[in-house]
Design a protein around this ligand. Structure first.
Ligand code: TRP
Length: 329
């Protein structure tokens, strides 16, 4: 059985893009693989050294993960800092990670530009920490988006280097987990790119958003002035609305508005009204579950404890073996 691992930084509420891009697939995946889902709270310090509400943010992500159907019995759902073995592996990997290769990482260069007054060593070694996350369970597969592929490539480099240096075949080479056709990319409401990409208010529909908030955001979504000829090609913002509709509405509904578009009779206001109601209906059970779980601190605590136990069983075994391989007693 494959060991599959996924991590997320606790930087905000989860949105429809997270749901269709990953979470929905995780709920199936967790019964077919040995899955680890963790919340990367160590990583958040690379950009936010003095977090205001770390506990709260971690809890929020956990609640939303559970609300989407992640099952703490089937998968190991844990908080990164509850597995300090990760930090020890990070230390070992850093001894064989080179300044030059770390400086060439795209995300590092971007972050160095965006926070010039805080180009800290943690930022530079972000890929080694991520490699430690992955290798601490000797994972085989990691579901990652395009922006994380370079980090995964570095993980393979570090794993191979470790094996070569210590003449072992200890770490497997982790590869990207591909959802194939199940992967639906959800665009943002601001007419460009993907949901959650820009920080702009109203670009993303969050799973915890109340119906009136969803209505407001969708009604403000960017469109265009409307088709001027039959069967016209859709502009990006309009195509985005259709893509969203395909995700949450019935095929009949999509066909109806597609026909209206093709015959130049479409009224974007009508389409948005329908789309917002369908999003509300779709997210309703998740929203309810989020509310219920948010109020149940005892249960959340229990889930964290279970996750911590399971993660440490796996992580401490690895770190013990790594210590032996390197030559510690
Ligand atoms: N870097 C990832 C992101 O920003 C989060 C992350 C941290 C991660 N450690 C990981 C993802 C390990 C996968 C595996 O989204």
């Amino acid at each position: 059985m494959d060991i599959v691992l996924s991590g997320i930084r606790p930087t905000g509420n989860l949105h429809l893009g997270n749901y269709f891009g990953a979470l929905r697939n995780f709920t199936k995946m967790q019964y077919e693989n040995n899955c680890y889902f963790f919340i990367a709270d160590y990583h958040s310090l690379t950009t936010h050294p003095t977090p205001e509400n770390l506990q709260g943010n971690v809890k929020q992500v956990l609640v939303e993960y559970l609300a989407c159907g992640l099952d703490p019995e089937a998968a190991t759902i844990y908080v990164q800092s509850d597995l300090p073995e990760t930090a020890e592996l990070y230390l070992f990997l850093n001894m064989n990670a080179y300044k030059g290769e770390l400086e060439r990482v795209t995300t590092f260069k971007e972050k160095a530009k965006s926070q010039p007054n805080n180009i800290n060593a943690g930022l530079l070694t972000y890929p080694t920490l991520m490699a430690a996350d992955i290798l601490i369970h000797r994972s085989h597969k990691v579901p990652v988006g395009k922006d994380q592929e370079q980090h995964l490539e570095m993980t393979r480099t570090f794993a191979n280097r470790f094996n070569r240096l210590y003449k072992v075949e200890y770490f497997p080479e982790p590869v990207a987990y591909n959802f194939g056709d199940d992967l639906v990319k959800i665009p943002g409401l601001d007419g460009s790119g993907k949901m959650g990409k820009s920080e702009g208010e109203g670009n993303a529909v969050f799973l915890a958003d109340e119906p009136n908030v969803i209505r407001k955001k969708v009604m403000r979504a960017v469109t265009d002035t409307g088709p001027v000829e039959k069967n016209a090609k859709k502009s990006d913002p309009v195509q985005n609305l259709f893509t969203l509709m395909q995700a949450v509405s019935t095929p009949d509904t999509v066909d109806y508005f597609n026909d209206k578009f093709n015959s130049c009779e479409i009224r974007y206001g009508d389409m948005k009204k329908q789309l917002s109601e369908d999003i509300i209906k779709f997210t309703d059970p998740i929203r309810e579950k989020i509310k219920q779980l948010s109020a149940d601190d005892d249960y959340i605590k229990k889930v964290m404890e279970i996750g911590k136990e399971k993660a440490r069983a796996s992580g401490s075994k690895t770190i013990h073996e790594v210590r032996q391989i390197i030559g510690f007693r």
